[in-house]
Design a protein. Sequence first.
Length: 567
Amino acid sequence: MRIFIVIFFVLFNQVRGYAQRAVLDFTSSNLPIILIDTQGKEIPYDDPRLSAEMGIIYNGQGIRNNLTDPRNNCSGKISIEIRGSSSAGWAKKSYGIETQHDDGTNRNVSLLGFPEDNDWVLYGPYYDRSLLRNVLVMKLVHDMGWYASRTKFCELVLNGKYQGIYVLMEKIKRGKNRVDIAKLTQQEVAGDDVTGGYIIKIDKEPWKPGFTSKYRPFAGAWQTIRYQYHYPDPDEITINQQNYIKNFVDQFEAIMATSKFADATIGYPKYLNVESFIDYFLINELSRNVDAYRLSAYFYKDKDSNGGKLCAGPVWDYNFSFGNAGYYNSYIVTDWQLNYFNEDRDFKQGDYWQVPFWWIKLVNESQFAQRLTSRWHELRNNVLDINKVHQYLDAIADTLNEAQQRNFEIWIGPGEPKLPTDEWFPPTFPIDHLRTYQDEIEYLKFWLANRIYWMDLHLDDFTSVALRSCRIFPTTFLLEQNYPNPFNSAAVIGYQLSEAGWIELSIVDVLGKKVKVLVNGLVSAGKHQATWNGSDDREKRVDSGIYFCQLILNNRLSQCKKMTLLK
C-alpha cells in the first residue's frame, strides 16, 4: 500500500512543484555555474541517455562567476538522464551525466578540481531544506578515512532556465580515485583473478540483475534481501564472476546463521573488513538514516591478493537523515535505527525493503561491540567533535546564503524555505518555527548535537546483550519546543530526563542575560513541564521579542530553544 501512496505523492508533487516555479533574473553567483543545453529535448529517465552540451563557469575560489564569463572549467558534449528512485518523480530532478568526446565516446575530464573521470552526478537537494545533509555525510566519512564521493555546490541553468542549487558529485564506480579495487575483466574467471574487484548493493528495483539471499531478514518474513551487481556492469559480468561473488556472500551469511559466527578463524572476521562495517554503522546511526542498511547500501571486495575482504560502503543518499524524515522513528534522537528493524512491528508485513539478518548479530557480538565503542570515542576527539562539525555547517551555510534565496524562490516561492507538511516529515517536526534558512541550519545543528550526546551515553551499552535492551533509555535530557510559539501570554515548556539530575531551566534574552529561572534543583527522571508567563512577569518586565529557553543538566550538558513573545 505504501508504494502506491509514494507513487501518488511523487506525481502530485511533480505537478505542484512546477506550479510553484517562478521567473528569476539570474546573472551571477559566488558558486560555480553549470549550463546544460538539450536543445529543448526532454531528459529521459534511465537509458537511453540524451545527448546534450555542458559548460562550467568557475573562476576560482572566492572569485565571482558571471553568466557572461567564458565556460572555462569544462565545455563539451555530454549524455544525460534523470536519476533516482522516488526522487525521480520530484519536481527538482537529479541527473546522471557522462562527459563525452564529439563522437560519443567517454571523455575523462576534471570537473571543479575533481580527479579526471567521465561519470558524474548532479544531485538536486529538494526535500532536504538545509541543502547539505548529503554533503555533510560525505565530508564526515572522508575524514573517517574512507572513500566518499567528492562534492561541490553549484548553480544549474538548464536550457536557459535557472534550476537552483545543485551538488556535483562523483558517481560510485571502480577506479584509482574512487573505489580503489582491482579492475575485473571478462577474461579473469579463475584463481585469484576472479576474487575481485566487485561492487554490489542492496537497493530498490529488485528485478535488476543480481542474486537473492538464502536468508530472510527476520523469522517468518515474506521479504527477501536482493544483492545487485554494480561492478562489473550487469551487462559485462561473466557467469564465473557472478557465481564467485554470490558464493562469497552465501558463505558469509551461512556462517552468520550459526553459533560459530564470531569465530576468529571461520566467522565474520574471515569475510569482513571489520573497521569498514564499524564506521558504516556509526555514520548510519549518527544520522539515523531512514534507508540505513537496506537501500543504497553498497559493498565492495578486492582480490584476495589485495586483502580480499568485504567492505561496507561507499555511503550514498542521506537526504532523509539527521531528523529529516517522518517515518520509522528516524527523526527521534534516541534509540538505534537498526533496532527499529529488529522489532516486531506492523511495518514488517508491508515494507519490502528490509535489513539483512546478520547486521543485528554483528553489532551485538562482544568483540565487534568493544571495537565499535572504542572507535566512537576516538572519532569524538576529532572528526565528530561537535564544535568542529558545527563550524563546518556554519561555513557551508554562509557559502550558500546568497544562492539559497534564489533556490527557494523558484522551488517554493518567495519568503520562507518551507515545503508543505506531509508524510515525508516528522510528526513532531517544528515546521511552523523554521521560517528562515538559518532556522534550518540551527535545527540540523541542534539535532546532530543531541544525537551525539545520546550516543555518548548509550553506545557503551553495546555488549552481547541484544540491542533492544538499550531501548529502555530515552535521551539523557530533552528540551521540547515551547507551545504555543509565538505566544502572547503563557508558554508551556516540556522536558524529559532518563535519570534524576540537577536541572536549571531558565529564560535568557538575546544578550545572554537571564530573565527568569523556572527550575533550579534536583528533578526526578521522567517527563516534566514548566510554564513562563512572559506577558505578566512580576520579577522583571519583559518586552516582545526573541528569547531563549535554556536547559542545563548537572552543569555539564545544555540545550536551547528559541521562543517568540508577542504582546
